[in-house]
Design a protein around this ligand. Structure first.
Ligand SMILES: C[S@@+](CC[C@H](N)C(=O)[O-])C[C@H]1O[C@@H](n2cnc3c(N)ncnc32)[C@H](O)[C@@H]1O
Length: 321
């Protein structure tokens, strides 16, 4: 601690608030006492040959993941949660969804699965021999039946807030929760690509808002949030922004540096992030001219409300000419 302000520590101690361990998560985990962390949230290396990972066969990869998960289970508090965010392992064009491959690892350790959250986004590789992947999953497990889940801080706007009960004793009263509705288990949140406000040089950053939803619902103020594969520091940033304690490990020095800068900015309140619940940008609604196909004739005003199907049919007609 310096001048009454907490600093970013490099070794774990229960008295710290923010810890960034520059090294292997196995070494960090050894320092964390059992049952002291409320939420473990991470996206582990996916074994798809990113610059920071060496490609392993699936069996070796799963064995390594199991070791980390076992240690995470040891440090997790009895009412805590583990959220493992994964995509697909790709082997010569054939895919293995990693959540399916990892499920038995969690189940064997006695974890109970609470949700398999589908995170849908719009940007990614364009495949030519299968449908382009536009979702990944977050598998949420708890140690026991008694676990923290705060719904109110993460409610989203109701679809029909003005709807009322039309019969019965509550007739005439608003029928929905004025605080909003449960966000459900399909989350549409832009991934951090190209001109996303949070973009850094890291190839697969979490958007802060994705982790904020987990932190707010699964932890309380002052609880510890742990990310063993911290990358650019997002999980610790989400923790810091909501008065939680954050700890993570990152192996690659340039990402450690990036994470340190971003966490520092989050602590100072200067880090720019995409706000939670901001509607996804729709270029057509925003009036972006690039959404108008130049090979189509100018549209008369009255057709500007064409349905998606009609638009597709029109494009096809021109393409087939
Ligand atoms: C999928 S990325 C995580 C990105 C992160 N979610 C973010 O928001 O930036 C996985 C990260 O784990 C790091 N890593 C790989 N093996 C590690 C290990 N054994 N210990 C700590 N970090 C590791 C990689 O360098 C990479 O930055």
């Amino acid at each position: 601690m310096q001048n009454g302000k907490h600093d970013i520590a490099t070794r774990f101690s229960p008295t710290e608030r923010v810890v960034l361990y520059p090294g292997d998560c196995a070494d960090l985990l050894k320092d964390i006492p059992r049952e002291s962390v409320k939420l473990v949230v991470t996206s582990p290396p996916y074994n798809i040959g990113k610059e920071y990972e060496s490609r392993l066969d699936l069996e070796t990869y799963l064995r390594q993941q199991k070791e980390v998960i076992r240690e995470c289970a040891r440090v997790l508090s009895p009412n805590g949660s583990i959220c493992w965010q994964v995509g697909n392992f790709v082997d010569n064009g054939s895919i293995v969804p990693l959540d399916i491959a990892l499920y038995p690892v969690f189940a064997e350790m006695g974890f109970k699965m609470r949700n398999r959250i589908v995170w849908h986004f719009e940007h990614g590789l364009h495949c030519s021999r299968r449908f382009s992947g536009r979702y990944e999953t977050i598998v949420w497990f708890t140690k026991g039946e008694d676990f923290t889940f705060n719904l109110d801080p993460i409610r989203v706007p109701q679809k029909y807030p003005g709807k009322k009960h039309f019969k019965g004793p509550k007739a005439g009263q608003y029928s929905c929760n004025p605080l909003g509705k449960n966000p459900g288990d399909v989350w549409v949140i832009p991934n951090v690509k190209s001109n996303h406000v949070e973009k850094t040089d890291h190839p697969c950053q979490f958007p802060v808002e994705l982790i904020e939803r987990l932190v707010l619902s699964m932890t309380n103020v002052n609880d510890w949030v742990l990310d063993p594969f911290l990358g650019t520091g997002t999980s610790v940033i989400a923790a810091v922004r909501h008065g939680r304690r954050g700890v993570g490990a990152e192996l690659v020095p340039k990402y450690v540096q990036l994470a340190r800068r971003r966490i520092r900015e989050a602590m100072d309140g200067t880090l720019r992030t995409r706000p939670m619940n901001q509607p996804v940008y729709d270029p057509a609604v925003a009036g972006n001219r690039l959404t108008i196909a130049p090979w189509l004739p100018p549209r008369p005003r009255s057709t500007s409300q064409l349905t998606l199907l009609e638009k597709e049919r029109k494009v096809l007609r021109y393409a087939l000419r």
